[in-house]
Design a protein. Structure first.
Length: 195
């Protein structure tokens, strides 16, 4: 019998159960999950949003193997008013550096949002600067390189201020709050591949 959980990882929480210094980990929020349940992929310490945890190794393989190209959507607040050229570059793929080597990202779905998304406030909040505008975009990837979203927005001249993974496949954080977890049913699991 496999277990599946979705978790809204808060800002400044490690995507692991093991302790690392005085940083908060998944163990602070998910003491009820079985010891053989692990996160599928990860979110950086300074990123927020949807994290899937399971002990289903076949599902883990499907979600992590790049050949399956499953979609993950991020809501990204960037510094500055992002323009159509930058959006088009993100859609076509940009050159980033991974482990000292140049890498061209796969084409992505990128869209400027007309208003900030309805998300819980971040704790601590993004430092507000009256003279520096910001904008929000939705970015959907089918690959997951280290700090890829941040590297991509920086490559087009708009550094990331806040990064929230909103969905994996058709499973979303919806109205979840940071630190909240939900146990998925078998039907929910199918949503991971229905997009």
């Amino acid at each position: 019998m496999f277990d599946y959980f979705i978790f809204y990882k808060p800002f400044n929480v490690l995507s692991q159960f093991s302790e690392e210094g005085d940083k908060k980990t998944l163990a602070h929020y998910l003491p009820h999950v079985a010891k053989n349940v692990y996160p599928v992929g990860r979110l950086d310490y300074d990123s927020e949003g949807l994290l899937l945890l399971t002990n289903d190794k076949a599902l883990t393989h499907q979600l992590l193997d790049p050949s399956f190209k499953h979609k993950r959507t991020y809501l990204v607040q960037v510094e500055g008013l992002i323009n159509a050229v930058a959006i088009k570059n993100l859609q076509q793929g940009v050159i980033i550096t991974i482990d000292g080597k140049k890498y061209t990202t796969l084409p992505a779905e990128a869209e400027l949002l007309s208003a900030p998304p309805l998300l819980p406030d971040r704790n601590p909040p993004i430092r507000y600067r009256k003279n520096v505008p910001d904008s929000w975009l939705s970015l959907t990837l089918t690959e997951g390189k280290n700090r890829q979203v941040r590297r991509m927005t920086a490559a087009v001249g708009f550094p990331t201020l806040r990064l929230v993974r909103y969905s994996i496949g058709s499973v979303t954080i919806g109205n979840m709050q940071p630190g909240e977890s939900i146990k998925l049913t078998g039907t929910d699991k199918q949503l991971l591949f229905s997009r």
